[in-house]
Design a protein around this ligand. Structure first.
Ligand code: B12
Ligand code: SF4
Length: 467
């Protein structure tokens, strides 16, 4: 089915898509369409979209690609950039959305659609719930824009939009461009962006946890960029900023899934004198040589999903990468090499008991986890876990899908007990004394500051906040 867009003079129907045809169409048109790209701010109260925020690599990738053929304006509402009420200066309104800001994205989409604009929704939430998202836009982009770009751009030029753009196959990452940061940096509020430079080496994660959206969107697929491309991009930023020691933050789902690639990449990064952090699954981290290389290549923080200390829970969510027997080895290997750990722990699983909180506290304190992060299990739409839990989920208010809201009552305790223990654990772990114990002997850097901020934040927590 094709949706004809009223404000365009479409010629031939887009029966065929090719880059040659796209080039021809671009050359034929005298004016370039104007795109407004929007990163909406969620309404969550939980420090997710406030203060310093990370540069949205997803929307920057969209901007970089779109700017080759169209004029692009970039708005990040999290920085305080206002969303215009009047969209008359633009032809295409393209909005990125996760679940926690979906209602905001939809409201913007509705307003732009009412003004006759082409509205495109992309990102995890519209991908997972494209039928819902379609109500608020002209087209949904399923997954990454790069793999549907020729079709999407052709249709925009012709003004004949399809409801969903979904690639038949994913493009190799080698063909993906380096994100142009100028779109984000030119906004007057850019100083609210974190100084960490987002970068991408790999995409996908075949581990297959049932609560994660990545395996649903990208399947068992794991792609990576050529190492030279990643290193060149790092050098480019060193030159752009005029200094060697800059901090990169990998946006990869799981950068270490192919250890041979990962180790070669780190060997090359070790020559650059940079600092970096990344999300990582535990698969190979028990091997001392990986931790040694991570430290040597400048890793100052690894974000690891420990998720739970209960083997039944790990099994039930298909977290095959986590072996409880390895937890302490992984931590000590990284610590020996000067790498701090941001440890993610989830609560609210059916197998959790009141004892789980004490077990987690003991593990964190004994192993001096520098930056523990606690969330409530959140079944995200589109995942196998969502389908399984749907009959028990308390609400479908997307604004509360920030992993900090109570979603369902676990089998083993009341919701009240869950939240009471959840709050208590956070307060305990971030008490002054506990911070000193966890951070004893650690270098005086930003991780201390994070702990100070968490100390202030957790002091104010009450169970009601999570309802
Ligand atoms: C790195 C990361 C983070 C980083 C950086 C986030 C950031 N500013 O971008 C940090 C650690 C800060 C973070 C925080 C959070 N995250 Co996070 N994060 C990720 C991760 C691993 C990668 C995101 C990324 O940048 N990938 C690289 C970019 C280039 O790819 P991309 O995002 O897929 O974008 C492509 C396409 O989606 C598409 N696209 C995207 N937008 C648009 C828009 C248009 C118009 C078009 C056409 C196309 C398009 O094209 C893009 C380019 O290829 C994802 C997993 C994933 N694969 O999505 C989880 C993920 C997005 N995070 C998730 C969650 C839950 C969170 C938090 C709520 C956690 C928390 N409690 O703090 C917060 C929310 C932050 C926020 N305000 O959105 C969930 C979201 C689930 C959902 N349904 O919403 C994910 C999907 C992981 C999961 N559990 O499945 N996250
Ligand atoms: S290891 Fe992480 S990225 Fe991979 S499937 Fe599990 S939660 Fe998702």
């Amino acid at each position: 089915m094709q949706i004809e867009h009223p404000d365009t003079n479409a010629s031939a129907p887009p029966t065929q898509y090719s880059s040659e045809r796209l080039d021809r169409l671009v050359a034929e048109r005298k004016t370039r369409k104007k795109w407004l790209l929007i990163q909406p701010k969620s309404t969550t109260s939980m420090m997710v979209d406030s203060g310093t925020v990370s540069m949205p690599l997803n929307l920057l990738m969209v901007a970089t690609l779109a700017a080759e053929l169209f004029d692009v304006t970039f708005i990040d509402e999290r920085l305080g950039d206002p969303i215009p009420e009047d969209f008359s200066g633009y032809d295409v309104i393209a909005i990125t959305s996760r679940t926690l800001n979906a209602s905001k994205a939809y409201a913007i989409g509705d307003a732009a659609k009412a003004q006759g604009k082409i509205v495109i929704l992309g990102g995890v939430h519209p991908t997972m719930l494209h039928d819902e998202a379609r109500e608020h836009c002209s087209s949904v982009v399923y997954g990454e824009i790069e793999s549907v770009w020729t079709e999407l751009a052709t249709d925009i030029i012709l003004g004949k939009m399809q409801p969903v753009y979904k690639a038949e196959s994913l493009k190799p990452m080698g063909s993906m461009r380096r994100a142009d940061f100028s779109y984000a940096l030119q906004t007057k509020n850019a100083k609210k962006y974190s100084s960490l430079i987002p970068i991408l080496a790999t995409k996908g994660c075949p581990v297959g946890c049932n609560f994660c959206t990545t395996p649903t969107i990208y399947g068992k697929n794991y792609r990576y960029r050529e190492i030279d491309f990643v290193i060149d991009e790092m050098r480019y930023h060193q030159e752009r900023l005029g200094k060697q020691k800059i901090n990169f933050s990998f946006m990869d789902d799981n950068i270490s899934f192919r250890p041979a690639y990962f180790m070669e990449l780190l060997e090359e990064m070790a020559k650059l004198g940079i600092r970096w952090n990344a999300n990582i699954s535990m698969n190979f981290l028990h091997k001392p040589e990986i931790a040694e290389l991570a430290g040597r290549s400048g890793c100052d923080l690894m974000s690891i999903g420990f998720e739970s200390l209960n083997p039944e829970t790990l099994k039930s969510v298909h977290k095959g990468s986590n072996r409880l027997d390895n937890y302490e080895t992984v931590v000590s290997n990284l610590h020996k090499n000067g790498v701090a750990i941001q440890g993610y722990f989830m609560f609210g699983f059916d197998n959790d008991s009141e004892e789980s909180f004490q077990l987690t506290y003991d593990f964190i304190m004994k192993n001096q986890i520098e930056f523990p992060v606690f969330s409530l299990v959140t079944p995200f739409p589109g995942t196998p876990y969502f389908d399984e839990m749907k009959p028990r989920i308390r609400h479908f208010d997307w604004d509360k899908y920030d992993t900090y809201h109570y979603m369902f009552e676990p089998n083993t305790m009341t919701g009240e007990k869950l939240l009471e223990n959840f709050v208590k654990l956070q307060k305990e772990v971030y008490k002054g004394r506990a911070i000193m114990q966890r951070m004893k002997g650690k270098p005086l850097n930003w991780v201390w500051f994070v702990n100070y901020m968490m100390h202030r934040f957790t002091k104010k927590l009450t169970p009601e906040i999570y309802l």
